[in-house]
Design a protein around this ligand. Structure first.
Ligand code: ATP
Length: 351
């Protein structure tokens, strides 16, 4: 259903993705595994139209080309992204966050059915519909983020590290829910550090390193592959890859990431220490960059030619959405003087 060929993305002189090709079928769950900085987030952003891809890049859904489309048009064609950090509107209620997911033309006529589907998948959201989203736990916020994406009536759901920051117990629930979503026919493209659990629910997987696909297979074959086990299924906290090995004194030449032992102490001591330290510096740098740029999470900070800064777009989108919410609230207040006896699920979330 989703097919991408030769996706190439550069940030200035840095080539983050090089001729990446992936596909996700109806109801299929595909996982992208890769080290920090491998290009996983960039791949999802490119498919969602949040970063611009090179001219030879081609991607389509149901045979309809998406190349060069704006992000909101890509949502209209049936692709929803749950970004890293969730990207929910913290000051809005659960109900309002879900309602915003159905803002697009594609979703409006299916709003009630999709709301029922989301509340059946996450019954807790029904109990908490009036709660301000930022006061919810991490796991509950993740439910809101996935719920909101499903409200856009997607054919393909893309998720960037959904298990990040969740307890092991909540991770089990999360992956179970994703499996259920897949069974409803929605294709899922999942980026995950939790290789073990994501391979367990996936049909297929891709290995992405240094911006290129270096392997793909069924999830069960990948889980059984000793090289994959060494690289991704060992102690995740100690995973060391070539992408991490950069220090102020220069790059350290290490073997292919897939052949690295998961225990860094099996490397020369100096290389292992530098690798871990460099990984930490890299993550801290990315975190600082993200924090410095005030924006609703989930919006890329990069500039898409012809669209202006994405931060500006995010600001404008927030203003439009807030105006929409205010109008809905005002309409509700007027409507409450004349209560409608026929209650629909949509009324339900608004109350
Ligand atoms: P992680 O698991 O750490 O989130 P990732 O696999 O998702 O990593 P990306 O975030 O896609 O990796 O980054 C791929 C490469 O592109 C990295 O080297 C990163 O530093 C670089 N990169 C990402 N975003 C930008 C940006 N806005 N400007 C410049 N370089 C960027």
């Amino acid at each position: 259903m989703l097919e991408a060929h030769n996706l190439t993305v550069s940030y200035g002189p840095h080539r983050a993705l090089e001729n990446v090709s992936v596909a996700v079928g109806k109801g299929e769950i595909c996982v992208i595994l890769g080290a920090n900085g491998a290009g996983k987030t960039t791949l999802l952003k490119a498919l969602a139209g949040l970063v611009s891809a090179g001219p030879a890049s081609r991607w389509s859904i149901g045979g309809r080309s998406l190349a060069g489309m704006k992000p909101h048009d890509i949502v209209e064609k049936g692709i929803a992204l749950v970004p890293e950090g969730r990207g929910i509107f913290g000051d809005l209620t659960v109900a309002e966050n879900l309602q915003l997911g159905a803002y697009g033309r594609r979703a409006r006529s299916h709003e009630n059915a999709n709301l029922e589907r989301v509340l059946a998948l996450f019954p807790k959201l029904a109990e908490r519909r009036a709660q301000i989203a930022r006061t919810m736990s991490g796991g509950e916020q993740q439910m809101v983020a996935i719920g909101r994406a499903l409200m856009s009536n997607p054919d393909i759901l893309m998720l960037d590290e959904p298990s990040l920051g969740l307890s092991p117990l909540l991770c089990v629930d999360l992956f179970k829910s994703l499996k259920t979503v897949g069974e409803t026919g929605v294709g899922i493209l999942l980026v995950e550090q939790n290789a073990k659990q994501s391979l367990a629910i996936s049909d297929r997987g891709y290995l992405l390193e240094n911006g290129a696909i270096i392997g793909e297979d069924t999830a069960s074959a990948l889980a059984a592959d000793p090289a994959v086990q060494r690289a991704y299924l060992g102690d995740a906290g100690k995973r060391v890859t070539r992408a991490s090995i950069v220090s102020p004194t220069g790059a350290i030449d290490l073997p292919d990431p897939l052949l690295l032992p998961s225990d860094p102490h099996a490397l020369s001591e100096e290389a292992a220490v530098l690798a871990i330290r460099a990984g930490e510096i890299h993550s801290a740098y990315i975190a600082t960059r993200r924090k410095d740029l005030a924006r609703p999470s989930g919006f890329s900070t990069s500039v898409t030619p012809g669209l202006g800064s994405v931060a500006d777009m995010a600001r404008r989108a927030s203003e439009i959405q807030m105006a929409h919410i205010r109008a809905r609230r005002a309409a509700r207040e007027v409507g409450s003087a004349r209560p409608d006896p026929s209650k629909t699920p949509r009324d339900d979330i608004n109350n």
